[in-house]
Write a protein that binds this ligand. Structure first.
Ligand SMILES: [Zn+2]
Length: 385
């Protein structure tokens, strides 16, 4: 079998065969049809892998999107797929060549595994390697479709997974399993703020107060921003945002869809008329994205995080301000720093976790997350109860 981390050290002793096992899992059988059922999953276990009992899994907008629509861009659900990619757990088995983990370690897992030999991986941008295998993402690159161990793109909403040790990270005792599951969306915020090149004293605007927006706002403060303005149409979400940091650090800005200029005025008022140095677009709303440049100070930066449908944009607003723009697709090399920042106590992310479900309630949890109240931010499924 063509493979990645297995090939380098594969020896008769180190390479164990693909294990096919039937496991209970939260399976997206087709659009709108989730079932808690047994499914056969083939997983190699090599000397560079670990086995992990799953503890907590966060429900991500992308999981819900596959449930409702069956696809995201080029990633199209053709076969039943286990959902879930934001996870933490406990190591139960360690490959012979793994040195940094042992049985019993509490860990979180980076869900995207690149081909280490691709030129993009070698350049450091492994997140844009087209051969990345990402949990709960249907494969679209031919090499993945040909790989029996990855043909379905299964995720982690199941009692145990095999994962490369290189993408498995130990967490300290002061981080709960629920918070550790959120290292995945936190890594998006870390990548965004890193690409924004935030400097001490900058003011940032984060557009969109979903989990990614909130985690990005916290990361922007930890990166040195003097304050963060976070914009959303839902007052209940802004109320939560303002509790995440000391008073005045995170300022909620209500967005009124019938008044497109309203947010711009709030940002100008909060920045002495200058605009903000950093704009991080996390809403994916085409109207918000089109207006992002008008929120920025001259010489500022826009980071595109949300995925809007195609929209017209007036580049003149960017040109006259000489704005820099950055695009973000997931993250690379952000788990260790995300965990370090969490362990330092710099990020208060507990209030972002609003809803809890048992493993057996997974289907109900997804139905709930299709149309949640504004007070719901992140749902966690407790796989191991
Ligand atoms: Zn996610």
């Amino acid at each position: 079998m063509k493979s990645l981390f297995r090939a380098a050290k594969a020896t008769p002793q180190a390479f164990s065969a693909v294990r096919a096992a039937s496991t209970k899992a939260c399976v997206l059988d087709k659009i709108g049809d989730i079932n808690m059922r047994d499914i056969d999953i083939s997983e190699p276990f090599t000397s560079r892998d670990v086995r992990i009992d799953i503890k907590s899994v966060g429900i991500c907008g992308s999981d819900v999107h596959y449930y409702q629509h069956g696809s995201i861009g080029p990633f199209i659900l053709n076969d039943p797929m286990v959902l879930g990619h934001e996870a933490s757990g406990v190591v139960t088995e360690v490959g012979a060549d793994v040195e940094h983990l042992k049985v019993g370690d509490r860990v979180c897992m980076e869900p995207g595994i690149p081909d280490p030999h691709s030129k993009w991986s070698r350049s450091g941008m492994y997140n844009v390697d087209p051969k990345v295998r990402f949990w709960a993402t249907p494969p679209y690159h031919q090499s993945l479709l040909d790989d029996p161990a990855w043909a379905n793109g299964h995720g982690c909403l199941r009692p145990s997974v095999v994962h490369p040790a290189d993408f498995t990270f130990k967490i300290a005792d002061n981080i709960s399993h629920d918070v550790a599951a959120l290292v995945e969306p936190l890594a998006v915020g870390m990548h965004s703020c890193t690409k924004a090149q935030i400097k001490p004293g900058d003011i940032a605007v984060v557009v969109g107060a979903g989990p990614i927006g909130m985690l990005t706002a916290l990361t922007a403060l930890a990166s040195g921003c003097a304050k963060v303005i976070i914009a959303d149409p839902a007052q209940a979400k802004l109320d939560v945002c303002e509790t995440l940091a000391s008073p005045g650090k995170i300022i909620g800005a209500i967005v009124d869809p019938s008044n497109p200029d309203g947010l711009r005025q709030q940002v100008l008022d909060a920045t002495g008329g200058d605009g903000a140095e950093v704009i991080i677009e996390c809403s994916g709303n085409p109207h918000a994205a089109a207006g992002a440049a008008e929120l920025a100070a001259p010489g500022g930066c826009i980071v595109w995080v949300g995925c809007p449908t195609p929209f017209p944009i007036d580049l003149g607003h960017q040109q006259v301000r000489e704005l820099r723009t950055e695009a973000v697709f997931r993250y690379a090399h952000m788990y260790p720093k995300s965990i370090a920042l969490l362990e330092s106590g710099a990020l208060n992310i507990d209030p972002i976790i609003t809803d809890h479900w048992t493993f057996d309630q997974s289907k109900e949890a997804f139905e709930y997350m299709c149309n949640p109240p504004d007070s719901t931010i992140k749902s966690i499924i407790h796989v191991d109860q």
